[in-house]
Write a protein that binds this ligand. Structure first.
Ligand SMILES: [Zn+2]
Ligand SMILES: [Zn+2]
Length: 455
């Protein structure tokens, strides 16, 4: 995450917050006269700490994500998956992890002590969105990143999810009137403002429902959904935390560590949450135990070639047919697929390294420069031979190999292919000689003299 991205995210969140604050005054969901404004200072303090904490965590999380993917760790890290599919899978899985974190915050007593800072707001508006204890930020982050790292999601997908989640949090807490039929319709797919307002109800039956973050399907799937029509009728807040003192910034920061014998503090007995935690840890462990995987997306990106993964052999093969030249074999123009295709196969190796094997189709004037490019890149050239009689121009096959980090191997293959391109850009057929004047027909070197020379 660059400084520009960080600034961009902060700008997007601030703009959304300001726009919703204006809308709240134009078209409020709840009448303003019933509101107390005392919560603003405490909420803005918690908002600032939430945004700052999440920026720092986001940068750290992104660095770890990319490092793990670089080592091929994570269920999806070594697979060729289209970017859009990765975004969809990423958002659904991270939203499930967030649902689980939120559900546990209502089930595990220690987590609930932290989460009640959010629920104790007797008013719900745009500033309630990030009214969160820093420990809640850490719990949510841990769940999201455990899922992201187990799946091997790119840092960009995680950052996108976190940004959409932050923007939706502002929207769903905003005290903005939304046409109920539209809210009801949207809640078929998304967590809408009215759906989340129900979650802020003082009645435990309603508080313990609508845990969803962006997608509403998990509440429907796990039967924790309360219809959004209830939103205008719920009473916000938490019994036992309504005093001016309890609503101060310092009191809210200390809230997780207080053993308040209030109605709200003892109402969430721990249930079968340990089993859930063990299951989650086990599934993450299984995902990580899959071992290093090839970063096939990276191979395609660096080599500029499309590839295919052979599950049985655990090999990812990229190919490049020679369509830049016409080769005649005994006067017949040979189609590239019949034996004029360069290829390189990658396999994950030990110690974070990968192995490559391949065969490059080369014309005569390409052999030396390509060999130099490969050797410079740390790859090996293990053989050079031909396959055809009476081919025109002559075609050579160069066997290549190597063991190194997958990026280095991919770069080596790319350099070899780029060298071919540079040479062929000067002419589709190789010259008929070395480009130097022909040797004289008679030479001072005779069999006799050369024999003596080598003796
Ligand atoms: Zn909650
Ligand atoms: Zn909320």
């Amino acid at each position: 995450m660059t400084a520009d991205t960080v600034l961009g995210n902060v700008a997007a969140l601030s703009t959304a917050m300001a726009a919703l604050a204006i809308l709240e005054s134009v078209t409020p969901f709840r009448p303003k006269d019933a509101w107390r404004r005392g919560h603003l200072a405490a909420n803005l303090g918690l908002n600032a700490s939430t945004v700052a904490l999440n920026l720092v965590l986001g940068i750290g999380g992104a660095i770890v994500s990319e490092a793990l993917r670089g080592h091929g760790l994570g269920l999806l890290a070594g697979r060729a998956i289209p970017a859009l599919a990765l975004v969809v899978v990423g958002i659904v899985c991270l939203d499930l992890a967030t649902y689980l974190a939120h559900w546990l915050m209502h089930r595990v007593p220690a987590f609930w002590r932290v989460h009640r800072v959010h629920h104790s707001d007797p008013l719900v508006d745009v500033t309630t969105a990030y009214r969160q204890h820093p420990l809640e930020g850490l719990i949510r982050f841990a769940f999201i990143m455990a899922a992201a790292w187990a799946l091997g999601l790119p840092a960009a997908v995680v950052a996108l999810y976190r940004l959409v989640s932050a923007l939706n949090a502002l929207l769903e807490h905003a005290n903005v009137k939304l046409w109920q039929p539209l809210d009801g319709l949207l809640s078929l797919a998304l967590v809408t403002p009215n759906m989340h307002k129900v979650h802020h109800s003082r009645a435990q039956r309603e508080t313990d429902s609508n845990y969803g973050n962006i997608l509403s399907m998990f509440d429907r799937l796990f039967r924790t959904f309360t219809p959004t029509v209830r939103a205008p009728h719920v009473e916000y807040g938490l019994d036992g935390y309504d005093t001016v003192d309890a609503q101060r910034f310092a009191s809210l920061m200390a809230l997780p560590f207080e053993t308040v014998a209030a109605a709200g503090s003892s109402r969430h007995p721990g249930r079968k949450w340990t089993a859930t935690l063990v299951l989650l840890a086990a599934s993450c462990g299984t995902a990580l135990a899959q071992g290093p995987k090839l970063d096939t997306a990276r191979i395609q990106e660096i080599t500029g070639l499309q590839g295919a993964f052979n599950e049985e052999e655990g090999v990812f093969k990229v190919t490049s047919p020679r369509i830049d030249t016409t080769v005649l074999v005994d006067g017949w123009a040979m189609p590239p697929f019949m034996g004029l295709t360069s290829w390189a196969s990658f396999q994950s190796g030990a110690g974070g390294k990968a192995m490559v094997m391949g065969d490059l189709v080369l014309l005569q004037d390409e052999v030396n420069p390509v060999m130099s490019a490969l050797l410079d890149a740390g790859l090996e050239v293990t053989a050079l031979h031909n396959h055809f009689f009476f081919d025109d121009p002559k075609v050579y096959f160069m066997h290549i190999g190597g063991e190194a980090p997958v990026e280095q191997l991919s770069r080596g293959v790319r350099r070899a292919l780029d060298t071919v391109k540079e040479i062929r850009a000067k002419g589709s057929n190789p010259p008929s000689g070395f480009g130097t004047p022909p040797l004289p027909a008679t030479s001072a070197v005779t069999g006799k003299r050369s024999k003596r020379h080598w003796a």
